[in-house]
Design a protein around this ligand. Structure first.
Ligand code: ASP
Length: 321
């Protein structure tokens, strides 16, 4: 089998404010370029998705690594997952802080006998692996601080907390904080697929809250026989719907195209559970699916010498590179 390599990325689904649109588009195009170069350099899809995500983890336009949103008590608690579609091996981390690249720590978890490390144990692995430890607060941006202040003001006004009710999920998630979980899916000429996803979670989350992003089947899934998916949006909703896995099951068992499966799954999820989300997919034949039920989601992919990108519903722009 000989396919055209693709690196596809997203920069988070949500009610993204207009003034953040350009910065996010630049960030996703850059990440797709960096991931694609890495794929050409090493020929390894895991390297490609890790590198694409690392670039967005350093970019304050995204809610991952530097620029992560804050918990209700003002701290960063990050999560990430990475999966190899050839072996179905996965590495996942949650409740990590003071490192720039949770995705690289997630990849290190793949070397252990486990799939998932959280909190102190994950931080101990980071230390053993020589991952740079930052000073407390170094990942916190003004934007994240302001988002938390707005969230707290909303709480004082008695607005419903998203985590508590489904209606609240919709309203609150629409209004507050940064939407910029990041993800990447890559396929090489032999049909090897890898997926990586990284996030700071949602503004005002309770300390210790775990979302969809580090969960295999919800935030991330990769299987060379079917495809790869990275999701973003309201974590409590995505998790209950196993969104990444749902998309791949539609491809596998219903024979839907990557685009149909991605769109139908996101829509069915939002109809049933109210919370909104977006997803990016590449199927085993290298077909791409991109869909979101939120207002916006930044995405980009590089295939051959064309960059494809967009952020609005039904927007698909191209640029020769
Ligand atoms: N899914 C992430 C979470 O709920 C947030 C996002 O994608 O914006 O933690």
């Amino acid at each position: 089998m000989s396919l055209e390599p693709i690196v596809l990325v997203h920069g988070g689904a949500g009610d993204i404010p207009r003034e953040r649109v350009e910065g996010k588009l630049e960030g996703v195009r850059l990440a797709a370029t960096i991931g694609y170069r890495k794929l050409q350099e090493t020929g390894n899809v895991l390297d490609a998705v890790e590198e694409a995500v690392r670039s967005m983890e350093l970019d304050p336009y995204f809610n991952a690594g530097y620029g992560s949103v804050l918990t209700s008590d003002g701290n960063v608690e990050m999560e990430a997952s990475i999966m190899n579609g050839a072996t179905l091996r996965a590495g996942c981390v949650s409740l990590v802080n003071d490192i720039y690249h949770p995705i690289s720590l997630a990849r290190k978890v793949m070397k252990t006998p486990h799939n998932f490390l959280a909190g102190d144990g994950a931080m101990r692995l980071a230390e053993q692996e020589g991952i740079q430890k930052l000073e407390p607060g170094q990942l916190v941006t003004d934007y994240a601080r302001i988002a938390l202040e707005e969230w707290r003001e909303g709480q004082l006004r008695g607005e419903m907390e998203y985590a508590r009710t489904e209606i609240g999920a919709k309203n609150k998630y629409k209004d507050k904080g940064e939407f910029g979980t990041v993800g990447a899916v890559a396929i090489d000429i032999e049909g090897n697929i890898a997926v990586a996803t990284s996030t700071g979670g949602i503004t005002g989350k309770l300390p210790g809250r775990v979302g969809d992003t580090p969960l295999v089947g919800a935030g991330t899934y990769a299987d060379n026989r079917v495809g790869g998916v990275s999701t973003t949006g309201h974590g409590e909703t995505i998790m209950r719907y196993s969104l990444a896995h749902e998309i791949l099951k539609r491809i596998e068992f219903l024979g839907q195209s990557a685009q149909e499966a991605t769109k139908n799954s996101c829509r069915s999820m939002t109809e049933r559970l109210i919370g909104t989300a977006g997803a990016i997919t590449i199927d085993f034949e290298g077909r791409v699916g991109i869909s979101f039920t939120s207002e916006r989601m930044a995405w980009a992919y590089l295939k051959g010498n064309t960059m494809h990108y967009g952020i609005e519903q039904d927007q698909h722009l191209t640029q020769r590179v």
